[in-house]
Each structure stands twice: as C-alpha cells, then as structure tokens.
Design a protein around this ligand. Sequence first.
Ligand SMILES: Cc1cc2nc3c(=O)[nH]c(=O)nc-3n(C[C@H](O)[C@H](O)[C@H](O)COP(=O)(O)OP(=O)(O)OC[C@H]3O[C@@H](n4cnc5c(N)ncnc54)[C@H](O)[C@@H]3O)c2cc1C
Length: 380
Amino acid sequence: MPETTAAAPYTRTNPFPGKLVVNRSLCGEGSDKDTRHFEIDLKGWGLNYEVGDSMTVWPTNDPALADEIIKTLGAKGDEPVKSPSRETTLREALLRDCRITQTTPKFLKAVAERANAAPLLTDLLKPERKQDLDTYLWGMEVIDFLIEHPSIKWTPQEFVEVLAKLQPRLYSISSSLKARPDQVHFTIDVVHYESRGRMRKGVCSTFLAERAEEVSVPVFPNTSKFRLPEDGNTPIIMVGPGTGVAPFRAFLQERKAVGAKGKNWLFFGSQKSACNYFYREEFEEYQSDGFLTRRDLAWSRDQEKKVYVQDLMMQNAAEIWKWLEEGGQFFVCGDARRMAKDVDAALRKIIQQEGGRSEDATNEFVEKLKSDKRYKRDVY
Ligand SMILES: Cc1cc2nc3c(=O)[nH]c(=O)nc-3n(C[C@H](O)[C@H](O)[C@H](O)COP(=O)(O)OP(=O)(O)OC[C@H]3O[C@@H](n4cnc5c(N)ncnc54)[C@H](O)[C@@H]3O)c2cc1C
C-alpha cells in the first residue's frame, strides 16, 4: 500500500496525534528570548510533507487559567454547555474549544452591557475609537475583565457563547523527512510576557513548551508555495533571522540528503551571538565541509550599533547580485512587520545599485523574480 494512502484518514480538523519527543532550549544563559527546538514523532502516519510546508498544531489551553476562570465565574467546571464544536462540560470547553485569553467584541459588548460601571469600555466600543480600543486591550485578557467586574453574573452557557473558537497555530517545519523520517521539527519562540502584574502565556507555544509531554500533539501539514528550486544546481540565498531560520534548516537537510550541488547562502541573525545562535553546531559543520557556501550573521545586541540581516545584505550587495545573475533564488522567512519589509527594501536597493537599474526597472525586475518563483516569502 502506498504511504500516502495511510495518511488519508487524517485531516486538518481530524489531525494526527503526534508525540513530543524533544523539547530543548536553543538559547544560552543571558538570553531575553525563550526559543525552543521541538521534535514530534509521527510514526504510524505514513505522512509525506515537503520542506517549506508549515504544520498546523492544535493546542489545549492552560489548565491553570481555565480553572481560575471557572473559580472567578463561581462555577464548578462540570456544568454542561454547548461549546462552539460540541456538547461538553464548562471545563472541557475552556480547555479545548474556546479562546480564553484574548477577548472578542461579543465578550466586550456583553461586559459593557452588564457592568454598571464600564463607561470607558462602552465609549471605546464605538466604531470611531477602534484604535484606542486596541491600545486599551493590548496585554488584557478575558480573566482581567472577570476580575474587574465581579458583579456580572454569567451562566456557564452564556459565558461560553461570548468566547471565540480556539484556533490552531501554524509553524514552519524545520526538518526534512529525508533526513528525519517519521518526524517533524519546529523552531518556536515561546510567548511569555507580563502585563497588569500578571504573567501571560501564548497558548500554543507554551502548550508545546510546558504541557505537551504527557499528551498527544495534534498536527496536520499545511501545503505552501515556499519551495526549493527543482534543480538542485540552483544557488539559493536564505534570509531567516530568529525563528525565520526554521525552513532553511529543513532546506539544508533536504539538499544535503539528496546531494544537491547548488550553492547555499544563509543570512541568520538574532540578539546576541553568545546565547541566540540557534543550531550553531549544525551550521558550522555544514560550512566546514563546504556544503553551506556562505553564512552571514547579524547580532543586534553585540555592539552599540544594531546590525540586522538587511545591513549584511547591503555589505554583500555585489555578491548577492552575482548569485541572482547566476539564476539564484531568494528566500525570506520570519517577522512580517519589520524584517521582511527591510529585507525587501535592501533587495531592491541591491538590484538598483548593482544592476544599474532605475526605480521602475527595479520594481519590474522584482515582479519578474516573483513570477518566476525566484523570490519567495514565508512571513508571519
Ligand atoms: C505560516 C506561519 C508560520 C509560522 N512559523 C512560526 C515558526 O516557525 N516559529 C514561531 O515561533 N512562530 C511561527 N509562527 C507564529 C505562530 O503561528 C504563533 O502565532 C506564535 O507561536 C504565537 O502563538 P501562541 O499561541 O503561542 O501565542 P498567542 O496565544 O496567539 O499569543 C500571542 C498574542 O499575545 C499578545 N502578546 C504577545 N506579546 C505581547 C506583549 N509583550 N504584550 C502584550 N501582548 C502581547 C499579542 O496579542 C499576540 O498576538 C508562524 C505563523 C505563520 C502564519
């Protein structure tokens, strides 16, 4: 029976129960970040995914937070409710079915209507104050409103109905099946932050970091267009600071496993070289045996002046242009808000400067790179 047939019963909404087998820090002492490497065993699935794909992970909420909500509601947890997906108990709905951290407009409206003393919230819910509402809500969660308005009485069913459905999270796959059969690896920044005197936790990243060892990790692949060139001789330039390095670790594993001869150039960056150099040994080994042709590293906090991957691109403008002229492909992965925009601007500057093109001709060149699938982005 072909392997793909075995994968058939599993879907995004009926995911495969993976098993977390490795949960290890990628950061050293002194790191402000908590970035982790996870390995999930997929034995028994017969799954085929491609490097460049991401994986859907269905988390379970933090039981301590669910229990605090139940207590604050004055409930016991075993009350029957109809959750967004099934008939269950209040506790189960809060653990598996509902989003219990960030609020919804429905929840905020219900609070404003029921609380006698919420004029601020009522005002902020006016459409013209959307931006002020977002600022007010930054770092505020459902539990804060429950604590702030103890006079509001909710039945378990009413409460569940004002929450949104818990959504899965996507993670770039950081391994190749050719190198690590029956496994999927992730490179994840664990979200922790403090606001209003409380420690907050990202739902899925802390599910994996703190609570997934004893339970299954429901996963399903998400097909992407972020693909290696079919021709293994094509040079590739990979820009992946922080967790953006994930798919490039997978690309390198894959190219190594199939014996691809094309040149490989990795731009990586993070805060401090001493504690944030993820997968250092692997990349050093690849470079020392000549497989990783170039590796340029940007550390924003090692010196007074911050250095980012786009700065290193500019320092290597002529060489990047040469690789592009040789038919190279350009990949970017990671932060969409700033990094991907700065890298895009640097790429355009390089094309303009080194290729001697006008701004319009540069934009045309970039559009052509994209339509020829030579400029690919996986940003979030
Ligand atoms: C295609 C794709 C690929 C991805 N690949 C990766 C990957 O390889 N590695 C990776 O780590 N992530 C990746 N992500 C992001 C990932 O899907 C999650 O969004 C991320 O892990 C956070 O999820 P969470 O459930 O832990 O946090 P959530 O529970 O979703 O919490 C995050 C939210 O907390 C709030 N928040 C966070 N920090 C603060 C703060 N300081 N103050 C106030 N509020 C704050 C914000 O509202 C933020 O949106 C990817 C996303 C996409 C779309």
